[in-house]
Design a protein around this ligand. Structure first.
Ligand code: SF4
Length: 389
């Protein structure tokens, strides 16, 4: 097996290689060190370094059962930093920075919303390894000196809730909180609003409400770092869409980071024809990828779409903060052969610090006036990325 470990798969600077071509490395060995705000990178295979470039380190080897452990420490944050843990839900923010805050009386919340359609690797993982997530949650609670620890999950995930309750009976120290079954209830501001009853301003961080929110896989990786001294070298994923045997999504747990996405598609049986583009991430917020795209610490899904329908019309784009980005929507419209004549944002979107953000995520208004505006500009078909009406 070969893997390419990207030097930048997180928020912050790219990591600096610590190995050269021809070196033998062990699974778990640090091969690139953190630079500034960033994260260490470790080999996901035991084998030989076959390439080192400005963008990646390539290793030819095998996924062994054992790994080289990180150094033990009484300082939990140091272990999280050493393990190279970043937000596995897509954000990629270094966990040792996010958790370097003191919130006495505050909250640590595990985000188990699993909001996007098709994706279910987080819920499957919670059903099978709930004790890891809870261990990570309790470690994080200690790191930030929080008083409360919650697991935020939708009521429909009954098996996962059952598994979490079992751990709760054994270890305690946290509570279950139910999220509404809507998109985007995994948005941090929505979780703070629904669980803590605090309406954060657009752009405000959960820490304003004395809370830190961590994706459940990030907490699993934190537990592995502290309890097993395992660095962040494997990733949980969903593969789905126009893929044989994976229409409604197949879960791959603990895939070596750095594998090519086409390998997972092939392991499912290959494409279901006809098929269109490969999307990396969920159907709402994913980005266009390709067969050679590489699994990173933040990638949650590999989805294969239908071919784009042909729509050679004058198209208007209606953009939502929680849906596809304007660029992604432009790519889709262009792929359809449409001419883009107008772009409007949902009327709840407002500019904060140079970024447009939603004032009230998930409480979505009608969009009639935006549609009329785009009609005036000659639109005769619409591509809507908005969550609601
Ligand atoms: S209010 Fe608008 S921008 Fe906000 S989540 Fe709903 S559709 Fe998206």
């Amino acid at each position: 097996m070969r893997v390419k470990l990207l030097l930048k798969q997180h928020v912050g600077a790219p990591s600096s290689p610590m190995v050269s071509v021809g070196d033998q490395v062990e699974r778990g060995q640090r091969i690139a060190k953190r630079e500034g705000l960033g994260a260490n990178i470790h080999s996901s295979l035991s084998g030989e370094v076959v390439a080192v470039t400005d963008e990646y380190i390539e290793i030819d080897g095998e996924k062994t059962d054992s790994f080289l452990p990180i150094e033990a420490s009484d300082n939990l944050l140091d272990m999280v930093e050493a393990a190279g843990i970043v937000g596995a839900g897509g954000a990629g923010f270094p966990a040792h920075v996010k958790l370097n805050i003191s919130l006495p009386g505050g909250y640590i919340i595990a985000n188990a919303a699993e909001c996007e359609p098709v994706l279910h690797h987080n819920i499957t993982m919670l059903e099978t390894e709930p004790e890891k997530v809870i261990s990570g949650l309790l470690h994080a609670k200690k790191m930030i000196s929080a008083e409360h620890a919650y697991v935020a999950i939708k009521a429909k995930y009954t098996q996962a809730i059952k598994a979490i309750k079992k751990v709760k009976d054994q270890v305690g120290g946290f509570e279950l909180k139910i999220l509404p079954d809507m998109y985007p209830s995994g948005d941090e501001r929505v979780i703070v609003r629904e669980i803590l009853g605090v309406e954060l301003e657009p752009g405000a961080l959960p820490s304003v409400a004395h809370a830190v929110i961590q994706n459940v896989e990030t907490l699993k990786r934190i537990a592995e770092a502290i309890d097993e001294r395992k660095p962040f070298i494997d990733k949980d994923m969903t593969v789905g869409g126009r893929v044989r045997n994976a229409n409604s999504g197949v879960v791959f747990l603990d895939q070596p980071i750095g594998r090519r996405v086409v390998e997972l598609i092939e392991e499912c049986g290959g494409y279901q024809e006809p098929h269109g583009e490969i999307v990396l991430g969920g159907p709402f917020t994913g980005a266009t990828g390709g067969e050679e795209s590489i699994i990173t610490k933040t990638m949650g899904a590999v989805l294969v779409a239908m071919p784009f329908p042909t729509e050679k019309s004058k198209m208007g784009l209606l953009v939502c903060e929680c849906g596809a980005s304007e660029q992604r929507m432009r790519d889709i419209a262009t792929g359809m052969g449409a001419e883009i004549v107008a772009v409007e944002h949902c009327k709840r979107m407002t500019e904060v610090g140079g970024r447009v953000r939603c004032e009230l995520p998930g409480v979505c208004p009608g969009q009639a006036e935006k549609i009329l505006l785009m009609r005036k500009k000659g639109m005769d078909a619409i591509l809507a990325g908005t969550c609601g009406d």
